[in-house]
Every structure is written in structure tokens, then in C-alpha cells.
Design a protein around this ligand. Structure first.
Ligand code: HEM
Length: 410
């Protein structure tokens, strides 16, 4: 599938029913209408890691430590515990939503003031010079932490959750995860003890809003891990599409608000392509019966290009759609950071457009990292030339997919 994800989706979307995969031992669902309906169905459980932890060949104490940490991980929780914890985290997030425009603008100003646009040609590493510093600044400021503390938590917490993606982690992998969780807890406790956080930002608000200390720590890690990578990915993807359209069809970019363009890039490229659930009872979908205990993989990135919902699904459209894209999921687990991401991306998009006004943009070394559960640009170089000095670079994309065939909407 990852060799040519979008062609695979196109074919899969021609089947009306869910497809069973022996390899994945799961039902695969691609249709928009099934996904938007059944992700809200309470007969599916989000707690699909219970068995994973039960089967780990480790000491009981270690098992309990991991289970307790992940029992507070929103994405793997069910009602009523999920509803209660989600409510508690949503309050601080709603509060910070009011500050996101100012936070994002300040991060964008800082990033773009450092981009050297000389008279001649500038070659810019869009990942390390733009996307990384922008997201680090926004996330750190959002939480009210220094970029250094934020980056340390991110690095340590990433190793803590890394083993979840491996269906059969070995002993050392598990021990590393446990050590990383403990180290991340220590780091956060140190920040609390030294009062290295700003008042009324997310870190502070979570500490105040969540009942137990242990829950607060797990939630802070949860926000950092679930937020950072997809948010970063959204910024990279926006730049990719902006440059693509500005070099291939510049008048198109003038024909729609930049915010709409940015939202469309969120529909077309999703970093986490699916949401997984387990059936708590037999559930009929189309003509297939999903048996109790079966795993179901809802491919939200396929739903977003379902031709039953979107005309010319792989093109950027000039107007918002009747069917809201599934980028941030659906139902009770709908992304807690969706508003933050959309507002921040809109500010970034405007600032990017302004920063490169009067420049001809092209890209080289655009390459995608595409695994079953994660897809993102890992390289993107921008070549910016003062208008009228057009470079002869050709984009080198490692993946030729549906979106790469310049199939732009007139
Ligand atoms: C483009 C950026 C983002 C995308 C595409 C995205 C996508 C998603 C999706 C699809 C889910 C639902 C998963 C499921 O139902 O199994 C989710 C949940 C979540 N997201 Fe995001 N996310 C993004 C940014 C963020 C940010 C910036 C934050 C935090 C600041 C965040 C925090 C969360 C949390 C805490 C959850 C769990 C919600 C719950 O289970 O109740 N996300 N995200």
C-alpha cells in the first residue's frame, strides 16, 4: 500500500464493503460515509492496547506501571473514564485557543525574519529552517515552556511511546520505554519544582485542571506526543502544496483565500492515515459482519479522497466542502488539538505567503516517508528566486502518487 498509497485507495474505494486483511488481521474501511458514521459508534472500543500489555512478557510490577501510564492516554480510553478526562483537558485547551493566533504570529515572525531572501537565489531547507523552529516555538509557547525544556520532553517521551508501534517489542525495547516514561516524569517534576513554566499556559492549566498529579503528567506527555508530529507534518505539507501550485498554476493561488488552501492541504495529506478500533460486539457494516473482538482500521486519509463525497478528490478546491474532512477523526476521540492546528496553520500560511511575496518558488528534494501508520515529508528544499529569474530545477519526488501528477483544478 505504501508504495503507491493513493492508487491503492482509489482501487479500494471501488469496493462498497469493508475488506478483510489476513496480513493485518483486521477489517479495512475506506469509504467516507462508513468512517464518519462508525467512528462515532459506541460499540467500537478505542482500548485496543489492553491485550498488547497483557501479553508482554515482563514482571507484573512493570506491566502495571505501563498499564497505569497508558490507561490515561486519551486515544486508548473509553467512556466513562475517557469522557471525564477529555472534559478536564478540553477546558485548558479551549482557554489556550484564544491565544493561539498571537502565539503563532510571534513564532512565524521569528522564523521568517531569519530567512535570508537575497537579490539572487536562496536555497532553504524548509524542514530544519522553517517547519521545525515554527512548531517548536508554537508548542513550547502554547505549553508555557522554554523551547529547550519542550524539546527535551518531546525527545524523551518519543522513546517512551515508540515501542507501541512494534507488535512484538523485545525485552530491551520495553525496558527502554519504562525508563523513558520515568525520565519524562522526572523532567516534568523538575520543571514544576523549579517553576520553569508560564502561568495560564497549557502546562499550568493542565496542572490546575486535572485532579491527580500522575494524571497531569500523563496528559502533558499525551499532548506533546499526539500534537507535535502531525502538527509539524501539516506545516511541511502546506509548504509543499503552496510551492507546487505557485510554480505550476500561480493564478490558482490568487483565486481562493489562503486559509481555504491550507485547509485543503490538511484534507489531502494526513500524517496519521487511520484510526483503529476493536468491535465490542457483532456489528454489521455494508454486507459484512464485523465479529466481536475484530480489529477495524478506518482509513481517514482514504475517506478524505472518496469520490462519492468530493468531486476531483485529489485536487485542491476553492470552497469548503459539505462533507467535513476526516483529518482530525470523528466522534468522542475527535482531535483535541484540531482548532489549535487550523488556526495556527492559517497564520503560518499567511506569513509564508507574505514572506515569499515577489519570489518565484520551486522545490527540490521533496521526499515522503510513508509507513503504514505514518506519512510525512522528510525533506523539502525551497528554491526562492526574485521574480523573473526562474530556476531550472525539477522537483525530485521519491514517491510518485496520485497527488504528484499535476492534476490541478482550473
Ligand atoms: C495536523 C495536525 C493533527 C492531526 C492530523 C491530528 C489528528 C488526530 C486524530 C485523527 C485523532 C483521533 C484519533 C482516534 O480517533 O483514534 C487525534 C486525537 C488527538 N489529538 Fe490530534 N491531530 C493533530 C494535531 C494535534 C495537536 C496540535 C494536538 C495537541 C496540541 C493534538 C492532540 C490530540 C489528542 C490529545 C488526541 C486524543 C483525543 C482523544 O482521544 O480524546 N492533536 N488527533
Amino acid at each position: 500500500m505504501t508504495a503507491n498509497r493513493f492508487s491503492f485507495y482509489e482501487e479500494a474505494l471501488q469496493h462498497n464493503d469493508p475488506l478483510w486483511s489476513d496480513d493485518l488481521n483486521a477489517w479495512l474501511i475506506f469509504r467516507y460515509d462508513f468512517i464518519s458514521h462508525f467512528l462515532k459508534d459506541k460499540r467500537f472500543t478505542a482500548n485496543r492496547k489492553k491485550e498488547f500489555f497483557e501479553k508482554l512478557n515482563i514482571a507484573e510490577e512493570e506491566k502495571q506501571f505501563l498499564t497505569s501510564f497508558y490507561s490515561k492516554w486519551l486515544m486508548y480510553m473509553d467512556a466513562p473514564e475517557h469522557t471525564q478526562l477529555r472534559r478536564k483537558v478540553q477546558l485548558p485547551i479551549n482557554k489556550i485557543n484564544a491565544r493561539i493566533t498571537e502565539i503563532s504570529q510571534s513564532a512565524a515572525n521569528s522564523v521568517f525574519s531569519r530567512i535570508p531572501l537575497k537579490e539572487g537565489q536562496a536555497v532553504i531547507d524548509a524542514v530544519s529552517e522553517i517547519a521545525d523552529p515554527f512548531i517548536n516555538n508554537v508548542m513550547a509557547d502554547l505549553l508555557g515552556l522554554s523551547v529547550k525544556d519542550y524539546s527535551t520532553i518531546l525527545a524523551e517521551a518519543t522513546s517512551a511511546v515508540d515501542f507501541l508501534w512494534n507488535p512484538h517489542p523485545d525485552h530491551s525495547h520495553i525496558q527502554n520505554a519504562i525508563a523513558s516514561i520515568k525520565k519524562t516524569y522526572r523532567l516534568i517534576n523538575e520543571i514544576i519544582d523549579d517553576e520553569r513554566f508560564e502561568e495560564d499556559r497549557l502546562f499550568d492549566c493542565v496542572l490546575k485542571s486535572i485532579g491527580t498529579h500522575q494524571e497531569s503528567l500523563a496528559l502533558i506527555i499525551n499532548i506533546v506526543i499526539d500534537g507535535h508530529e502531525p502538527f509539524l507534518s501539516a506545516i511541511k505539507t502546506f509548504m509543499y502544496f503552496f510551492i507546487k501550485y505557485s510554480s505550476e498554476n500561480p493564478s490558482f493561488l490568487d483565486s481562493l483565500p489562503i486559509e481555504t488552501f491550507a485547509e485543503e492541504t490538511l484534507r489531502l495529506e494526513i500524517p496519521f492515515p487511520y484510526c483503529a478500533r476493536n468491535a465490542n460486539e457483532d456489528i454489521q457494516i455494508g454486507s459484512k459482519t464485523i465479529k466481536k473482538g475484530n480489529r477495524v482500521i478506518f482509513f481517514i486519509s482514504a475517506g478524505n479522497v472518496d469520490p462519492q463525497q468530493y468531486i476531483n478528490p485529489s485536487c485542491i478546491h476553492q470552497h469548503s466542502h459539505k462533507s467535513a474532512p476526516l483529518t482530525f477523526g470523528a466522534g468522542s476521540h475527535y482531535c483535541a488539538g484540531a482548532v489549535i492546528t487550523k488556526k495556527s496553520l492559517a497564520i503560518f500560511a499567511k506569513s509564508f505567503q507574505k514572506a515569499f511575496q515577489g519570489q518565484n518558488l520551486s522545490q527540490s528534494k521533496a521526499s515522503w516517508m510513508d509507513t503504514f501508520g505514518f506519512r510525512t515529508l522528510n525533506h523539502l528544499t525551497i528554491i526562492s528566486t526574485k521574480a523573473a529569474e526562474i530556476p531550472s530545477y525539477q522537483e525530485e519526488s521519491n514517491i510518485v502518487n496520485k497527488l504528484d501528477e499535476s492534476n490541478l483544478q482550473a
